[in-house]
Ligand binder design. Structure first.
Ligand code: APR
Ligand code: PHB
Length: 396
């Protein structure tokens, strides 16, 4: 059996696993990553693309932000629209200069994977982890398969960065956590199109016909989403129908949505999920393995990177200062930001999605919130600071 030894065994080469490996390396702590899928598959997986200020600062600090800085787009505000009335929430003046950067998640994964492999480090692709054992001892092991052969990764700690469908959470002892779930009665149909964006900043729109979001990937590629029924399929929509719906829902006087060839279409379910304990012994859950947020707040990737910061703090204190306080409190510390992000993501989702009839109490509340954003600097500031992400000095 193939045997590998390291300090931290990492399952999953998504944003969480790759950021953790690179950050531990910066502190001289070894790790090995095992990933179920092929490199091509992981790097082609289309996801969101909103990076908080914290995340950009961390990638810069890890020396993996060169392409992000060159090709990413820093935004200093966001447009919010309600039945065709559009307002702008500026970031800089409301958040002491903190902003967001739009840069596709798969571009992040490419940059981090390149950095890890170019440093001569180990990442086993097409090597699904099958079992995690002895994590209640100082020598946990991760069993995996590769090329039809079994292997074992012997380590001091296991970081399950294996997403919502991974084995990490399933390995946690029964009763070691409580689950919290909200499933929203709608989904997102997302497209990528070869057309210049019709906006310089993101547009989130509530409309009688449902939610719409105009995001972007570059000066030539637009990323857009519309609210569709929860069980809808992309094949139910012609490209023309999608552009018609986007034009109506994002529409405002004096503005026109440019159309172009759609080269990617996919439907994403909408749910809020998380567990209130992310560790057991020497097993730690990170990112989507422990929590899912609806994409309306753009928090998924950023929460995963924040978890990594807290785990790195704990592991560095363990190896460098022989102190396990931070590790023992990893879940407690990480959950403060997770709750914040869950609340903000739920707020943005319920504010901008159609869930009840025009004129209903729910609708009136949505309208009241939108009108308040227009008039209250305090309320707009709350949205701006949550959207760009609260600094680690604020939530720690
Ligand atoms: N063995 C090895 N790898 C596995 C296993 C397994 N048993 N199960 C899952 N994986 C891999 C997946 O193939 C995937 O590449 O774990 C990785 C998990 O990556 P992500 O799902 O991207 O999760 P995470 O790194 O936490 O990033 C969270 O991803 O889904 C978005 O919106 C989410 O932006 C957020 C980000
Ligand atoms: C994206 O660019 O894909 C994106 C941006 C903001 C969101 C969700 C997705 O809230």
């Amino acid at each position: 059996m193939k045997k590998i030894k390291t300090q931290v065994g990492i399952i999953g080469a998504g944003p969480a696993g790759l950021t953790l490996a690179l950050w531990l390396k910066k502190h001289g702590i070894q790790s090995v990553i095992i990933e179920h899928r092929s490199r091509e598959y992981v790097e082609a997986r289309v996801r969101a693309g909103l990076l908080e200020q914290n995340t950009v600062d961390i990638f810069e600090d890890l020396g993996v932000a060169a392409r992000l800085k060159k090709e990413g787009q820093e935004h200093h505000g966001v447009y919010l629209s309600f039945n065709g009335e559009r307002i702008r929430v500026p970031f800089g003046e409301l958040t002491n200069g903190r902003n967001i950067t739009i840069y596709g998640q798969q571009e992040v994964v490419k940059d981090l994977t390149n950095a890890w492999l170019e440093a001569g480090e180990t990442l086993l692709f097409e090597a699904p982890a099958t079992q995690i054992v002895d994590f209640d001892s100082d020598h946990p092991k991760i069993y995996f398969e590769q090329n039809g052969e079994e292997g074992v990764l012997e380590c001091d700690f296991v970081a399950a960065c294996d997403g919502f469908h991974g084995i990490g959470r399933k390995t946690m002892p029964k009763g070691s956590f409580n689950e919290f779930t909200v499933t929203y009665p709608y989904a997102w149909l997302g497209i990528l199109a070869n057309v210049a964006p019709s906006t310089d900043e993101l547009i989130y729109a509530y409309h009688e016909r449902g939610f719409a979001l105009h995001s972007l990937r570059s000066e030539k590629v637009s990323r857009l989403y519309i609210q569709v029924p929860v069980d809808d399929k992309e094949e139910n929509w012609t490209d023309e129908q999608i552009w018609d719906e986007l034009s109506i829902r994002l529409g405002t006087p004096g503005w026109e949505l440019k159309r172009g060839p759609i080269f990617e279409k996919s439907v994403t379910p909408m749910r809020s999920y998380f567990i209130d304990n992310m560790q057991s012994g020497r097993l730690f859950l990170v990112g989507d393995a422990a929590h899912i947020v609806p994409p309306t707040g753009g928090k998924g990737l950023n929460l995963a990177v924040a978890d990594v910061k807290h785990l790195v703090d704990g592991l560095v204190a363990h190896y460098k200062e022989k102190s396990d306080d931070l590790l023992e409190n990893y879940s407690k510390i990480a959950l403060k930001r997770i709750w914040r992000a869950q609340d903000f993501s739920n707020f943005m989702t319920t504010l901008f999605h159609k869930s009840d009839e025009h004129g209903s109490f729910t609708y009136q509340l949505q309208k009241a919130k939108f009108d308040y954003i227009k008039t209250s600097k305090a309320y707009a500031t709350t949205i701006a600071e949550n959207y760009v992400g609260l600094g680690f000095e604020v939530i720690q």
